[in-house]
Design a protein around this ligand. Structure first.
Ligand SMILES: Nc1nc2c(c(=O)[nH]1)N[C@H]1C(S)=C(S)[C@@H](COP(=O)(O)OP(=O)(O)OC[C@H]3O[C@@H](n4cnc5c(=O)[nH]c(N)nc54)[C@H](O)[C@@H]3O)O[C@H]1N2
Ligand SMILES: Nc1nc2c(c(=O)[nH]1)N[C@H]1C(S)=C(S)[C@@H](COP(=O)(O)OP(=O)(O)OC[C@H]3O[C@@H](n4cnc5c(=O)[nH]c(N)nc54)[C@H](O)[C@@H]3O)O[C@H]1N2
Ligand SMILES: [Mo]
Length: 775
């Protein structure tokens, strides 16, 4: 398809010319693809690379991506194979785009900011902002100024210190983190924030896998997934619910293909027919490049949005019923007796089931659910993978617990080929949490941190991302500091968040590139340019490497080698240490200047504060790094109050959808990384040209009296309040009935900060009640 070409910058064109080639024109919609990757993925990877970096740099950079002596991919958190088992091209199209985006040769300098007013920048698209190049020096917006102007690091630190030390309480400041921050930077950052005096450490995880963490901690005593790569490939049954690996974790497809070759059955549970779940053409093999590839999903259940809760309850019911009619054939009695609590109560909870309600909630036929339960009974080793399709619902925590219940029934945890497997998003989102980026770290962690650095960390819990939005709504945040990310776009209630940010005294963003959070500023604002994963970090103490933790709990080293965009870019570690000296001087025994240039020293502290990081510096230098222990996975031990894995089952409420309304989910296209827009082609879904589209089931479209190609306003309804997103083109698409899908972050205006997952407080992004209004 000619229209798949990513927007490219004509050589020699002035940056201003870019907005005019921002291809947000007519929508081009084709039937969704039936397979993922293959040759187009390779071609697109190199197109993005060469467009941003030129050919020699592309070859050099891609050659080091995910290699044991190279740097960790800044895209998703998918694990790497064993050190000796890596392919020469150990990356995917998404990783290639993320790396090309960061390692681009384009630069933003002070002349750029002199040319563009902040209001002018605010009028540009997110795509345009991201295309301008790497930030090269600290920039400051003085109160009342129309433009950012250059500022020295010293002055920038003085400005931040002036605001932060004048606040009536440190709790008037909020310190957000996105999930790319390395372990070292994350550890130092939370130390600075706690030494300054607050636990206000919201992070992107609050909007991501918080529900998984909450659910699994209650049940198995740890919030992390229990499946390694090797283990995944040994599964007999892999259920993938609420995840789109073809786009968001493409390297997973290689391992699914291996599992398939080993005889695994794969079941996809998803309202959309996602190409990456249907068939995979592995671009690392000749058969994948030119041949038919490998069929992945054996069964494809097009569940209704939010229907997984009822679905897994029904599967539990069928498994228990099957066991009762043929005792000793379905459940793992020994495991249940030795390692679980609450089985009898669970059996009572699932004994009766309303099939009509279940069919309505899931949109599936009884026979499809029977077939899924049969898949479970036939498998001796089952993995269930999930991502945002499960975590961003009102009943997300309960839904995940329903899945863990089903896994526990058959002893599917702590053995090869089995276990719960939440697939993390950002490349170090799991590591950031391990390092203490959380508004509610345990008292033990705070005590150990305080003991290591001779100070008393604050104990009162801080605000999470959702609470930050409500505080912005109340105009009660005075200073907003973002360690990466794009808070202005990633959060619900976009206009409210923007107003709240504009009402701050100071907004600060540590970033590699420009984004919306830099154009929606407080009275005063700073942009602090940092090094990315691919950049060399040379300090007087030598060439510094950072460490990250992937989705399976493997911790490993990442070493950037590219010449930094400018001498004025600083590592995140150095930025934090520089600020900390000003806002927490004399707190405890923290040697900020030494820490600012020596990641080994930071790792020594980590090894004494964070459990399981003993001998950190030595172990992380072993090629491939080390695997963190995980008691349920390794020992079938559970750190819950009962010391057993807990069955937890409440009621299964129906999602009520009024007449003539649909449920809308907000998703990622194939050409974006969260709020970063690489281009306008969602290749696998056959959509290109414009992101303002809503995918709707053809029968719904007909029933509601709208037609393909019609431009409408999308209006969400929550607790009596309408929210509107204007000018979306309707696309007839084979999604589950009653459901619709549109891209994030354009649709975040439709979300409410009060509409959150129970107990995890994650904003609901996957089941908004909407109607269409003709324009
Ligand atoms: N290229 C690329 N890679 C990424 C990202 C990116 O933006 N681009 N983002 C990263 C991040 S931070 C994250 S968290 C992950 C996100 O990875 P995903 O969770 O795969 O991302 P989404 O696009 O939100 O897709 C949600 C999927 O769940 C399905 N779904 C939605 N609601 C339901 C439901 O109620 N039930 C079921 N069974 N399915 C449902 C959708 O149809 C879709 O396939 O990816 C990471 N990797
Ligand atoms: N409607 C809706 N909203 C959602 C979601 C959804 O599915 N639907 N998903 C949610 C999820 S899962 C997540 S994780 C959040 C994501 O929320 P965020 O993590 O806040 O957003 P990102 O778009 O990943 O942040 C990208 C920015 O990070 C900066 N950056 C990139 N690399 C680096 C680096 O190395 N260092 C520093 N300091 N900065 C860097 C760049 O300036 C870039 O613009 O969004 C959430 N919001
Ligand atoms: Mo995420």
């Amino acid at each position: 398809m000619a229209d798949e070409r990513p927007p490219s910058r004509p050589s020699g064109a002035a940056p201003e010319a870019l907005s005019s080639i921002d291809p947000t024109g007519a929508v081009d919609a084709h039937a969704p693809k039936q397979w993922a990757a293959g040759l187009p993925a390779v071609v697109n990877s190199f197109r993005h690379g060469v467009d941003q970096m030129g050919l020699p740099r592309t070859a050099r950079v891609f050659g080091r991506l995910n290699q044991t002596q190279g740097f960790d991919c800044p895209s998703c958190a998918w694990p790497d194979p064993e050190a000796g088992d890596r392919h020469v091209a150990e990356f995917c199209e998404s990783g290639a785009k993320a790396v090309a985006w960061e390692a681009t040769k384009r630069r933003i300098d002070r002349e750029f900011f002199a040319r563009h007013s902040i209001d002018g920048l605010d009028g540009q698209s997110e795509w345009w902002l991201g295309q301008q190049g790497r930030l090269t020096e600290p920039m400051h917006r003085a109160p009342g100024a129309s433009h950012y102007t250059p500022v020295s690091w010293d002055e920038a630190n003085a400005i931040m210190a002036r605001h932060l030390t004048a606040l009536p309480t440190p709790d008037d400041a909020v310190f957000y983190t996105s999930g790319r921050t390395s372990n070292e930077a994350a550890f130092l950052y939370q130390l600075m924030v706690r030494a300054y005096g607050t636990n206000n450490l919201p992070d992107c995880s609050n909007m991501c896998h918080e529900s998984s963490g909450t659910a699994m901690t209650e049940q198995i005593g740890i919030g992390k997934g229990a499946v390694t790569l090797e283990s995944l490939e040994q599964a007999e049954l892999i259920v993938i619910a609420g995840q789109n690996p073809g786009t968001n974790a493409p390297r997973m497809l290689t391992h699914l293909e291996n599992a398939k070759k080993n005889g695994a059955v794969i079941v996809a549970v998803n309202p959309l027919p996602e190409a990456g779940l249907i068939r995979f053409k592995n671009p690392q093999t000749p058969r994948g490049l030119v041949g038919p590839g490998t069929a992945l999903a054996d069964d494809y259940l097009q569940v209704r949005l939010g229907g997984d809760h009822a679905l897994f309850r029904a599967v539990g019911h069928l498994l228990v019923a099957a066991e009762q009619s043929a005792p000793g054939t379905v459940v793992d009695r020994d495991f249940l007796d030795a390692h679980t609590a609450g089985y009898d109560a669970y059996v009572d909870a699932v004994r009766e089931i309303d099939w009509a309600a279940t069919e309505l909630a899931t949109g599936l036929k009884r026979s499809e659910i029977d077939a899924l339960a049969k898949r479970f009974t036939e498998s001796k080793a089952t993995v269930v993978c999930w991502a945002m399709g499960l975590t961003q619902h009102v009943h997300a925590v309960m839904t995940i617990q329903e899945i863990v219940n089903v896994l526990l029934l058959q002893g599917n945890i702590g053995k090869d080929g089995a276990g719960p497997c939440p697939i993390r998003g950002h490349s170090n989102v799991q590591g950031d949490r391990t390092m203490g980026i959380w508004e509610q770290m345990s008292q033990k962690f705070l005590d150990d941190l305080g003991a290591e650095f001779a100070f008393t960390p604050p104990t009162e819990h801080g605000v999470d991302a959702t609470a930050t939005v409500t505080r912005l709504r109340d105009k009660s945040v005075r200073v907003f500091f973002g360690m990466g990310g794009n808070f202005a776009m990633a959060t619900p209630d976009t206009p409210v968040v923007h107003e709240g940010l504009r009402a701050c005294d100071l907004t600060v963003h540590v970033s590699t590139k420009l984004n919306r959070s830099h154009t929606v500023t407080g009275t005063e604002a700073l942009i602090l340019p940092c090094l990315g994963r691919t950049d060399r970090d040379a300090t007087p103490r030598g060439h510094q490497g950072v460490t990250v933790e992937d989705s399976q709990g493997q911790v490993h080293l990442s070493q950037g080698r590219l010449e930094p965009p400018s001498d004025l870019c600083r590592s995140e570690v150095a930025i934090v240490a520089g600020l900390a000296e000003r806002i927490a001087p004399g707190v405890g025994s923290i040697d900020w200047p030494a820490l600012s240039q020596d990641n080994d020293l930071i790792r020594e502290h980590i090894s004494r504060v964070v459990p399981h990081f003993e001998d950190y510096n030595a172990r992380v230098r072993v090629p491939g790094g080390f695997l963190l222990p995980h008691k349920p996975r390794d020992l079938r031990e559970f750190d819950t109050p009962s010391r057993k894995a807990e069955f937890i089952a409440g009621s299964v409420p129906m999602l009520e959808v009024p007449d003539a309304r649909l449920l809308l989910q907000t998703i990622r296209s194939h050409d974006q990384f969260n709020t970063t827009i690489y281009g306008h082609a969602d290749r696998y879904r056959g959509i290109s040209g414009n992101r303002r589209v809503v995918l709707v089931n053809p029968d719904d479209l007909h029933r509601l009296g709208f037609h393909q190609g019609q431009v409408v306003d999308v209006v969400s309804e929550f607790e009596g309040t309408d929210r509107r997103a204007e000018g979306f083109t309707l696309v007839s698409y084979p999604t589950a009935e009653g459901c619709a899908a549109a891209y994030y972050p354009e649709t975040n205006v439709l979300m409410s900060a009060d509409h959150v997952a129970l107990r995890s407080n994650t904003p609901v992004a996957k089941a908004l009640v909407i109607r269409f209004e003709a324009r």
